[in-house]
Design a protein. Sequence first.
Length: 125
Amino acid sequence: MRDAPILLVEDSEDNRGLIRQLVVGMMNLPMVEAADGLAGLQMAEEVQPSMILMDLSLPRLSGWEVTARLKADPRLAHIPIIAITAHAMDGDERKAREAGCDAFLTKPVDLDELEAMITSYLPAT
């Protein structure tokens, strides 16, 4: 369902603006945003996005927990989740993948790499 928006779950307005510029401005894709984990979980349930760009350190509910809950829900488990995080220690990518993230990208975000990841996970038209 390529017409479904991408969901960005990110608490930093600066990071949301940067990613919005790429996704909406440059890639011309629809996007919705949530500024905390609980809002992101609720929005994913309501919108059924084509993919989720997930910060892992979020207020109210961590990105790790949101991802685990989404992947445990049969209605939402198919949605690809790309972790975008400052967590760059040994084991963080493994932990993110164990929670259910399909891909992992560290901050500061390389926009070319993010664009390639988004393109690779977009459903075919």
